[in-house]
Design a protein around this ligand. Structure first.
Ligand SMILES: NC(=O)c1ccc[n+]([C@@H]2O[C@H](COP(=O)([O-])OP(=O)(O)OC[C@H]3O[C@@H](n4cnc5c(N)ncnc54)[C@H](OP(=O)(O)O)[C@@H]3O)[C@@H](O)[C@H]2O)c1
Length: 220
């Protein structure tokens, strides 16, 4: 069993989720409220380690009326236990799970980092050289995380798509273009060779929110 996974992201019209320097302030005020409402509905929010290192997100509900108890569990996919001890994702606003691979167990520096992180978060070990996402999904489900929001970044988005672990995609398309061949797009990673191998989607809803356009898809 696995949680129902919703990939949510904000991107520019040219598909970038950050500029080439990693700046990712894309959503308008109304979209931020939409995201925080969605956070309130789910049991967990997951991001990759590079998102933590670049954005230092809190991943809590703080843009709408809410209580601390509304905050979902936060999950970081972090192969080598590189989540900084002073990162905001480790504050006491919500529980945090850090998923690391077994590679971390065999590296003194990673093991030491994980021992320190374990005082602030739950550490889940799986996979050899990168986190085994299917095992992680099973673990999260066993922790009562039945709905999970995936909030990036592009590398983790691709791995989750490749493993067929995503059920829905919701994207905010902002009316901007930033370009840059090194700027992260909605989904990067290794990519598929042929169009026929790509995941297929069905558009189920679309609407305008302020200046932004919201697109909601089911993964077929
Ligand atoms: N606009 C938006 O909605 C939005 C949302 C989120 C993020 N972002 C942007 O996205 C950028 C970060 O994206 P990113 O692609 O660089 O990184 P990412 O997806 O946040 O993190 C990827 C890292 O996770 C670790 N990892 C461990 N196991 C993995 C697995 N099975 N599959 C994939 N990754 C695994 C790997 O790092 P190690 O091997 O080092 O552990 C990998 O390099 C930032 O610029 C951020 O601002 C934008």
């Amino acid at each position: 069993m696995k949680p129902h996974v919703i990939l949510n992201a904000a991107m520019t019209l040219d598909g970038k989720i950050a500029t080439k320097t990693g700046n990712s302030q894309i959503s308008g005020k109304k979209d931020l409220e939409r995201v925080h409402k969605l956070r309130k509905e789910v049991d967990g929010i997951m991001v990759g380690i590079n998102t933590v290192l670049t954005d230092d997100p809190r991943l809590t509900i703080h843009k709408i009326d809410s209580n601390k108890s509304d905050n979902p569990i936060r999950i970081v996919v972090d192969n080598q236990g590189r989540t900084p001890l002073n990162s905001r994702i480790l504050n006491d606003d919500a529980e945090t799970i850090i998923a690391v691979s077994n590679y971390a167990k065999n590296q003194d520096i990673s093991l030491e980092r994980c021992e320190k992180l374990n005082k602030l978060a739950d550490i889940f070990y799986s996979g050899e050289n990168s986190v085994h996402l299917k095992e992680l999904m099973k673990h999260l489900y066993s922790k009562n995380i039945k709905t999970l929001m995936l909030e990036g970044g592009s590398t983790l988005n691709f791995s989750m798509i490749k493993e067929q672990l995503i059920d829905e995609i919701r994207v905010c398309v902002a009316p901007m273009i930033v370009g840059g061949k090194n700027a992260k797009t909605l989904v990067d990673g290794e990519g598929f060779n042929l169009m026929k191998d790509g995941i297929k989607l069905e558009l189920k809803n679309r609407y305008q929110l302020g200046k932004d356009l919201i697109l909601e898809y089911d993964v077929l």
